[in-house]
Design a protein around this ligand. Structure first.
Ligand SMILES: [Mg+2]
Length: 167
């Protein structure tokens, strides 16, 4: 199980991701989680630093798709001004949404990095699909839904201790 939950990279936030290093590893596409990865769960619209980060990704010739377990209205509103495709109601770590995102990106799994804040959804989903996994620290844990806060994060704390990842 450890290999399914261990991220390839663990950084504090999206700004700390070395996208040039990802490109050197052959990554050409990004599947990015929304809540607590790009913005907090209660932030409806993308702030300027997210637009700036997106421009950096695009300038490198990379493509991106947002994949979120949140509902269509929430994800569509966020993604539209950024002009990025998205998959809502993803039910991560289900492979289905990652396969749909991969089809949107038109590339093989080994050319895709998944960026997200949860081991049990983002990292596990990435590993199940043979994708590179980048774990970021959640932006605001106190805004998370009940299930995430009381179930996923508790299991995640145990997994992080086993993997010797920083909590
Ligand atoms: Mg998240």
């Amino acid at each position: 199980m450890r290999r399914w939950l261990r991220p390839d990279v663990h950084v504090s936030d999206i700004a700390a991701i070395d996208v040039h290093a990802l490109a050197d590893c052959g990554v050409r596409g990004l599947i990015v989680d929304l809540d607590n990865t790009l913005v907090s769960a209660h932030t409806a619209d993308a702030p300027e630093h997210v637009f700036t980060w997106m421009r950096t990704i695009r300038d490198m010739g990379m493509h991106m798709c947002i994949v979120s377990n949140n509902d269509h209205a929430r994800v569509a509103r966020f993604a539209a001004p950024l002009h990025v495709p998205f998959v809502a109601h993803a039910r991560k770590p289900s492979k289905t949404a990652f396969d749909r995102a991969r089809a949107q990106l038109c590339m093989d799994a080994h050319a895709i990095a998944v960026i997200g804040d949860q081991l049990l959804t983002d990292v596990l989903g990435a590993k199940r699909c043979g994708m590179y996994a980048v774990l970021v620290d959640p932006i605001a844990k106190n805004e998370e839904a009940w299930w995430t806060r009381n179930v996923n994060r508790r299991l995640e704390r145990c997994a992080k201790a086993c993997l010797r990842l920083t909590p």
